[in-house]
Design a binder for this molecule. Structure first.
Ligand code: FMN
Length: 183
């Protein structure tokens, strides 16, 4: 699949078939995470692949009822929980070197986009899930203190396509030479 086609065609998928994801496809999606860029190649990401229906159901309880991704947490055959190791990204010799502090959110965000695009190119659906009780998720999964849960996504074959939310025009966010609302 052409890269721009993948970027533009990927949609958040919230309805899934129960068909399992073959191991080689799962590994191909993980390869996309593996080859993502990261701060000084620190690769702070870790992924918990949840297949056990009991654990998926437990994880679903951390989403508020109004989260539209809630049914997909149990419908999809797999839920991928993207975690980040703290205090690595954004640091040099153990000290944070920018005002941004830990770049964990940034690096895991890139990794998540790689994951979603690769999944889409392989015919699978994803939806980034960020609105949930992170502390509760960490407890359920047994995540250690030096690691935090950042976001999750179901992974599986789409039962229906996603709608296409509108995007801003380039003129609304691309500025020339200096920051300017006029572009
Ligand atoms: C950081 C982040 C958090 C998100 N959290 C949720 C969520 O909790 N529930 C949900 O249904 N969608 C969530 N989304 C999906 C967005 O709603 C979706 O990407 C956006 O509406 C654009 O639609 P598209 O992905 O189909 O292009 C999240 C997306 C991002 C990037």
């Amino acid at each position: 699949m052409d890269l721009m086609e993948a970027i533009k065609g990927r949609r958040s998928i919230r309805k899934y078939k129960s068909d399992p994801v073959p191991e080689e496809i799962f590994r191909a999606v993980m390869e996309a995470v593996r080859w993502s860029p990261s701060w000084a190649n620190t690769q702070c990401w870790e992924v918990v692949a949840v297949r056990d229906p009991g654990v998926k159901s437990e994880l679903a309880t951390v989403l508020p009822k109004e989260n539209p991704a809630l049914p997909s947490m149990t419908d999809a055959p797999l839920v991928l929980v993207l975690c980040g190791k703290k205090g690595i990204s954004g640091s040099y010799k153990g000290q944070t070197v920018t005002v941004k502090g830990d770049w964990l959110m940034f690096d895991t965000g890139i990794a998540m986009q790689s994951l979603c695009l690769a999944a889409h190119a392989l015919g699978l659906g994803t939806v980034v899930v960020g609105m949930f009780d992170h502390k509760k998720a960490e407890k359920i999964l047994g995540v250690p203190q030096d690691v935090e849960v950042v976001a999750m996504t179901p992974l599986g074959y789409p039962a229906t396509g996603g709608s296409t939310p509108k995007r801003k025009d380039l003129s609304e966010f691309v500025f020339t030479d200096r920051y300017s609302k006029k572009g």
